[in-house]
Design a protein around this ligand. Structure first.
Ligand code: TPP
Ligand code: SF4
Ligand code: MG
Length: 299
């Protein structure tokens, strides 16, 4: 949650104002629903238009910033989080969103994910997980199930996939939820809670790649014979890492909802505190001079 969320804007933001280019995703790609949900929730919360920043790496899902009319950056594959961290720390008045895929977030960007999460950088991160590299036309991703065929594993994936929820729980993120692009109401609710959370909030969103992995998430779509099983927040201890880890052990299709939610000082707050403390001790140096002094002491 940024310092300005959910400040009431002077005028209600419309979808027309938020929309940019027509998305170039394939027909029925799950990412369309994620985009629609983003529009809904941002409008509902009344985040001021000029305070929204969308950052992404590379991938079909990472094309997100092109399709929204906000500040935005389409950055290097796997590097959206470090860039977004800099934006969040230097401009606490902005609400920073990061969008990307399973490859961008858990493969090439996996290490950045761990560090942005443990530092509790104030931002909202949506991983659109389709169990495949979509943009590069069907390679095995870190979440591809064993046995699933792709161009890199024509006889079926042989490597143990990562468990995204277990990885997120162990990363130190302070808000972790799981949703499904075909369950719009639930996805809206998860995004809204993530946006309102102060700190590193991540929503793992199953988003079907209709081109290279059709039907992949049918087992959690009731109208296709699946089960959409929700986390029972009456009985689940949302502040327990152990309970969240337990939940994450079975993701086939597993539970949907908030796995973990806690309050911990953000890096933004801690750094701001450190800076003003240092400034008052050293006699009103600017942040830039303070930084220069730090660097020269390291020579
Ligand atoms: C440094 C670097 N390595 C590899 C690539 C090629 N590449 C582009 S997108 C991508 C994977 C995309 O998969 P994912 O993040 O799951 O997004 P999706 O397309 O499935 O939404 C890869 C390997 C690249 N652009 N840059
Ligand atoms: S290739 Fe897959 S992920 Fe990419 S736009 Fe098409 S359906 Fe969506
Ligand atoms: Mg993918």
């Amino acid at each position: 949650m940024s310092d300005t969320t959910p400040a009431a804007p002077a005028e209600k933001l419309t979808k027309k104002q938020l929309k940019a280019d027509h998305p170039t995703w394939c027909p029925a790609c799950g990412d369309f629903a994620v985009l629609a949900s983003f529009f809904n929730v941002v409008q509902k919360l009344g985040i001021p238009h000029e305070k929204i920043v969308c950052v992404a790496g590379i991938g079909c899902s990472s094309r997100f910033p092109y399709f929204v009319n906000t500040h935005g950056i389409h950055f290097i594959h796997g590097r959206a989080l470090p860039l977004a961290t800099g934006i969040s720390l230097s401009r606490p008045d902005l609400h920073v969103f990061v969008f990307g895929g399973d490859g961008d977030g858990f493969s090439i960007g996996g290490n950045h994910l761990n560090h942005a999460a443990r530092k509790n950088v104030n931002l909202s991160y949506v991983v659109m997980d389709n169990f495949v590299y979509g943009l590069t036309k069907n390679q095995t991703s870190p979440t591809t199930p064993i046995g699933q065929r792709s161009k890199t594993d024509p006889r079926g994936a042989i490597d143990q996939p990562i468990n995204p929820m277990a990885q997120l729980v162990s990363s130190g993120a302070t808000f972790i939820a799981r949703t499904h692009a075909a369950q719009v109401k639930h996805m809206n609710e998860m995004f809204e809670r993530a946006i309102l959370h102060p700190g590193f909030a991540v929503v793992e969103t199953l988003s079907e790649c209709t081109m290279f992995n059709p039907g992949s998430f049918d087992d959690s779509i009731p109208r296709k014979g699946g089960v959409f099983d929700l986390v029972d927040e009456e009985t689940q201890d949302l502040e327990s890492i152990a309970a969240a880890m337990d939940l994450s052990q079975d993701l086939s299709p597993g539970k949907f909802g908030v796995y973990y939610e806690t309050k911990r000082p953000t890096k933004n707050d801690l750094e701001r505190e450190w800076l003003s403390d240092a400034q008052s001790k050293i006699g009103g140096l600017s942040q830039r001079d303070l930084l220069k002094q730090r660097f020269s002491s390291m020579r």
